[in-house]
Design a protein around this ligand. Sequence first.
Ligand SMILES: O=C(O)c1ccccc1NCC(=O)[C@H](O)[C@H](O)COP(=O)(O)O
Length: 214
Amino acid sequence: MPVSRTRIKFCGLTRPGDVRLAVELGVDAIGFVFAAGSPRRLEPGQALALREAVPPPVAAVALFMDNPAEEVRRIVRALRPDLLQFHGGEDETFCRGFDRPYLKVLAMGQGGTEARQALARYPSASGFLLDGHAPGQRGGSGQAFDWSRAPAPGRPVWLAGGLGPDNVGRAIRAVRPYAVDVSSGIERAPGIKDGAKMQAFVEEVRRADRSGSE
Ligand SMILES: O=C(O)c1ccccc1NCC(=O)[C@H](O)[C@H](O)COP(=O)(O)O
């Protein structure tokens, strides 16, 4: 039986060495944060150097949270990201306005009951990233949610929120997502990734995929 491969996204990288290690470890996507107030937020010049360290087929993901459209346009022009990720109250018209595929984030934390309704509001979304924070909160919070509440939208689910080497195997078995996404679970400080945790996370995802095919 072929092994189904859970894709991996590392998010909130700020250092070239961490990007190089992520690529060597074989992750499928690397997220760069432009959300205001994030300790992982990048300045455009810094982001360009990091983006250039991401070779195809690894996807460079630009991440926003209610950023003004002109700022999103400027970053898309400069970085040429493969995928956008919208974490705030951005509606379908806004999200599809940058000529790039995008993920819409659904906040699944306490009070996040609108997830299922939200699926129908983003018909052009390439997929949905389910995150553990509450609506209106920033991501990168290390908060998990009850995976049994994960919707099955018929489009790729990127599972996030409080994942790490210790629980990502259980998360994969519970949700069978298209991809898993992690930020604080592979860090020693916000934006400062830990190489050993990065490697352990990838190994645990591969282990879960192998056990899923046995
Ligand atoms: O990472 C941030 O600082 C951030 C700030 C504002 C909005 C979103 C943010 N991160 C988005 C991500 O895709 C994170 O990887 C996701 O929320 C999971 O984070 P964690 O629970 O720390 O693994």
